[in-house]
Design a protein around this ligand. Structure first.
Ligand SMILES: CC(C)(COP(=O)(O)OP(=O)(O)OC[C@H]1O[C@@H](n2cnc3c(N)ncnc32)[C@H](O)[C@@H]1OP(=O)(O)O)[C@@H](O)C(=O)NCCC(=O)NCCS
Length: 209
């Protein structure tokens, strides 16, 4: 079993979008059927400037059980078939003022006491990390970090920003990953319109190294 990273493109969206949404729903423990509502939104995101996506593909070789060779005929074979499964998805795009998330962020920063100049500086040239998910069966093996590192490796923006639900003690895999990679607090306990959960907005300068 091995996991390799692949760049996902708009041209092959028909191949990966369904499996990617399945990963997202499983990772976030959302109700089945959420995929249907999310499909148009994810497709819309693909048209935004600077959209980029990375997937993680698991290859599993299955070894068929061959009957023992009796006398003549072919010897038992160890050759099996390889199954490829998408088990991770990460994507984002360049932030812009006509985007809902950007408008929510600016309002949140205003409420959080940032000055107009600071808000302009923060939102002028950033990459929004929109989604980052690994299938629960494969979490905790470094795949999320690999995908995020690859996604951010050659970004031209000054910074990367993301939102993630608040959790007690900042202690789940997502938080540990973001902290390990140097993400700091931009906003805490922020409420996006229409979502009752408190969120943090985290960010860091680019490039990563
Ligand atoms: C958050 C998420 C994407 C992180 O991806 P992941 O592959 O599970 O985790 P990471 O890439 O950070 O891997 C770190 C873990 O792998 C382990 N690991 C094993 N080999 C590793 C390696 N070579 N490099 C780094 N970590 C490795 C680490 O010890 C660590 O374990 P720990 O978290 O138990 O301490 C994933 O857990 C997930 O989808 N969570 C649910 C959805 C979610 O919260 N998404 C983010 C919303 S903002």
């Amino acid at each position: 079993m091995s996991v390799r990273l692949v760049d996902l493109t708009a041209d092959d969206v028909h191949r990966w979008l369904g499996p990617a949404l399945d990963v997202y729903v499983a990772a976030m423990n959302y109700p089945r059927g959420t995929q249907t509502h999310r499909t148009p939104l994810w497709r819309d995101h693909m048209n935004r400037p600077g959209w980029q996506a990375v997937g993680a593909v698991q290859s599993t070789v299955s070894t068929p059980v061959s009957p023992p060779a009796t006398g003549g005929g072919d010897p038992p074979t160890l050759a099996g078939s390889t199954t490829e499964t998408l088990i991770g998805i990460a994507y984002g795009y360049r932030g812009a003022e006509d985007q809902w998330w950007n408008q929510q962020l600016r309002a949140g920063l205003r409420l959080g006491g940032y000055t107009r100049t600071q808000i302009d500086d923060i939102t002028r040239n950033y990459f929004e990390l929109t989604e980052l998910h690994v299938h629960p069966s494969m979490q905790g093996t470094g795949t999320g970090q690999r995908m995020l590192t690859r996604l951010l490796a050659d970004r031209p923006e000054d910074s990367v920003l993301l939102s993630t639900p608040e959790v007690p003690g900042d202690d789940n895999r997502a938080w540990r990953l973001y902290r390990r990679l140097g993400f700091g607090d931009m906003l805490r306990h922020f409420g996006f319109t229409g979502d009752p959960r408190p969120f943090a907005v985290l960010g860091r300068r680019l490039p990563m190294n």
